[in-house]
Design a binder for this molecule. Sequence first.
Ligand SMILES: *[C@@H]1O[C@H](CO)[C@@H](O)[C@H](O)[C@H]1NC(C)=O
Ligand SMILES: *[C@@H]1O[C@H](CO)[C@@H](O)[C@H](O)[C@H]1NC(C)=O
Ligand SMILES: *[C@@H]1O[C@H](CO)[C@@H](O)[C@H](O)[C@H]1NC(C)=O
Ligand SMILES: *[C@@H]1O[C@H](CO)[C@@H](O)[C@H](O)[C@H]1NC(C)=O
Length: 505
Amino acid sequence: MFLSYFLVLVFSFHCGLSATCPRRCSCDPAQSVQCYRATGIPREIPFTTRRLYISHSKIKQLQITDFRRMPALEELVLSCSGTESIENNTFKALSTLKSLELYKNQLKQIPTFLPPGLEILKLADNSINTLHASDFEGLMKLRVLDIRNNLIATLPPSAFSSLCNLQSLILDGNKVESVSAPLKLPKLKYLSMVDNKLNSFPTDFFVSFQNLQFLSLSGNFLTKVPLALPKSLLSLKLEKNQLKTVRLQDMKHLENLSEFFLTENQLTSIDGAQLLPNLTRLELSKNQLHTMPLRLPSRLQKLDCSNNLIQRVTAQDFQGLQDLKHLFLDNNAVRSFEAGALQQCAQLSNLALEQNLLVSIPLRQVDTLARLDLKGNDIEGIGEQELKDLKQLQVLNLRNNKISALDGKVLEYLPRLRQLYLDGNPWNCTCDLLRTRRALVAKGTDVRGGQCAAPAESRGESWMSSRKILQQCGDHLSSLERVKEERKKMKASEIDDDYYDYELD
Ligand SMILES: *[C@@H]1O[C@H](CO)[C@@H](O)[C@H](O)[C@H]1NC(C)=O
Ligand SMILES: *[C@@H]1O[C@H](CO)[C@@H](O)[C@H](O)[C@H]1NC(C)=O
Ligand SMILES: *[C@@H]1O[C@H](CO)[C@@H](O)[C@H](O)[C@H]1NC(C)=O
Ligand SMILES: *[C@@H]1O[C@H](CO)[C@@H](O)[C@H](O)[C@H]1NC(C)=O
């Protein structure tokens, strides 16, 4: 009797403190255990384990007995393990458990009887199709609930009634078609319901979200911006819906809204965003705008109107936008761009005008521009007038236009030019163009020159590097220049295609 008691003592001493680690697991001194390719929850997990990570295993079912010997467990992650079911009360006794992640499994329901100390619950990528009223009962400390990519179709408000401390709720990639009564989540800051099937919200749905800052409803079937959105919002995403109009009048209480994403809707016009005084970023790409947005807010820093049907740009459109840094108007039908239209935008650094119908570079640009993209327009020539203001310009893209000649002198107006794209133009490789080539080489600009279209004997030659056209001009570069040119060529071929970093800084 005494002997067997002694043996048990020795045995548990051995297991607990000498930290034997189960097969296919690795254990570290900070009480973390990681296991792969397990066929069940390993039996000999050290008693003191605080974090247990299991993935790429085959564990069809979890049972109460699996976690009985883990009294210190704080974080449990079990992913990619084919788990289908969890016995009632499996986690109930884990009083120290704060974070439970069971993503990429085959669960059909929320695990029952979760411990009340739980703060984070992530069940993404399972097959959960129903939420029950009791699923989150008693989880008053829960801060993060992530059930994205499941099969949930309805949200019973009673399921969420315990979650008085929930800050982040992620329901992306489910099948929610409608929501009825408001959810009472007073601490919620982040709500995401991307890629569901929502077509509307009841008017009172958002009333209890007094602290909501980030709301994303992209990828649904909304035809209207939900009404009575919380005043606390900083960011609103409504991309990929079916909005035809946005009534900014109904949103003017959103005094702190800073980002508004409306990409991929069916808007034909937008007017009055100046009612949102703190808006710094407005995304309107891939709509059907025929005109520039009217009455924009003065704090705007980034405006994306690319991929629309805009034909005209005027100074009126940019009245008072002195903070604008990034303007995207590419892939429209802009034919007319008023001279000096952007004069008030004294911070503008990126201007994207590629894939439009411009026949010349718009005049009187702001001198702060660092990048100007005019690829794919109908520009036939470049003169001194068009470039003389661009003292800060570093990247100029004129690829795929109709330019055949370029006077080297106009480039002297661009002291900071680093990259110049000229390929895809019908170059007439005259000896004048070779002089321009020499000027560019001397300046050290990275140039994509492209090929000659004329005269006939030079057709297809690369005018920045061809020796043949040099000889035709009877011109001879000094050996020094030739070395320089070779170096230039090598450098240019190392650089990636026209990579632009348009991030806000
Ligand atoms: C598990 O708990 C649920 C909810 O209390 C109950 O309906 C169900 O019968 C229980 N299952 C088993 C196998 O005891
Ligand atoms: C707007 O932001 C300010 C500053 O962060 C904050 O004090 C204020 O409460 C916010 N307004 C609303 C309605 O949340
Ligand atoms: C929003 O604008 C108001 C008034 O212009 C200002 O008092 C408030 O601090 C701004 N909030 C933020 C977050 O910038
Ligand atoms: C190329 O330039 C030469 C010299 O200016 C001119 O005579 C010729 O017509 C031009 N060719 C084309 C195709 O524009």
